[in-house]
Design a protein around this ligand. Structure first.
Ligand code: NAI
Length: 246
């Protein structure tokens, strides 16, 4: 068991990559908080994972809302006494080319993908500092590294996540907290499935492995960065993209 006695909060845990991570982490012995806005999916998936004897608790959160994030963190500490791992996985897209993108579309994506990561990390870190240990994993994207057509807002947030990861690595490394990021390639979740079939086929063709990622491919990278196997990996952005661009 790679995460025995560890307590992990996984934001955006009710669907897609986050859901795969909740399952994978619990399989490795963690007590997992599935933190998500989507209450219907959260409750359904919590019941499903519990039926497999996995220690997963759904708590509703809006990562954009400071009070909601505080409630999440306080409830987690009340229930488990500590937080060992934070996976800042919640994210949204609202795609449009630059000239068609409405200011609200730009701002909504910044609110969740950027301010949400700031809110969760700033609220969790004091508890990690108290224990002198912790692992923070942020979710970037190939779009943030290479840019992507129609994703001005999304690419901006995912590049910013890299900057925050490296900054926090510098601030908290000496205090025992590991900070890293994962940059997934195109992964078969609702986020990608809502794109036109032609675009999905083009994505697959651009990948050396000629397939989309599976949510579990990304969850396994989160797991590595959350486990003690990665204790000397710090301020790193792990690309998990099937070799989309090299
Ligand atoms: P998804 O759409 O399947 O799941 C995202 C989850 O985040 C949902 O459960 C949603 O309810 C939750 N969420 C959205 N806004 C929230 C909020 N304000 N507060 C709390 N939860 C909220 O997406 P997917 O594909 O699983 O993405 C997970 C992460 O991976 C995201 O950060 C995404 O940007 C990133 N990513 C995904 C890629 C892909 O191809 N699917 C590629 C690269 C990065």
């Amino acid at each position: 068991m790679r995460l025995e006695n560890k307590v992990a909060i996984i934001t955006g845990g009710a669907n897609g990559i986050g859901l795969a991570a909740c399952e994978r982490f619990a399989e490795e012995g963690a007590s997992v908080i599935m933190a998500d806005f989507d209450e219907a999916a959260g409750k359904e998936q919590e019941a499903l994972l519990k039926s497999k004897e996995l220690d997963v608790t759904f708590l509703q959160v809006d990562v954009v809302d400071r009070q909601s994030v505080s409630n999440l963190v306080e409830e987690t500490v009340k229930k488990f006494g500590k937080i060992d791992v934070l996976i800042n996985n919640a994210g949204i897209t609202q795609d449009a080319t630059l000239l068609k993108m409405k200011p609200e579309q730009f701002q909504d994506v910044l609110n969740v993908n950027l301010t949400g990561v700031f809110n969760c990390t700033q609220t969790v870190v004091p508890y990690m500092l108290e224990n002198g240990t912790g692992k923070i994993i942020n979710t970037s994207s190939v779009s943030g590294v290479y840019g992507n057509f129609g994703q001005t807002n999304y690419a901006a947030t995912k590049a910013a996540v890299v900057g925050m990861t490296k900054t926090w690595a510098k601030e908290f490394g000496r205090k025992g907290i590991n900070v890293n990021a994962v940059a997934p390639g195109f992964t078969a979740t609702a986020m990608v499935e809502k794109m036109p079939r032609k675009v999905i086929d083009q994505m697959k063709a651009a990948v050396s492995l000629q397939r989309l990622g599976k949510p579990r491919d990304i969850a396994n990278a989160y797991l590595f960065l959350a486990s003690e196997e990665s204790d000397y990996v710090h301020g790193h952005v792990l690309h998990v993209d099937g070799g989309i661009m090299m």
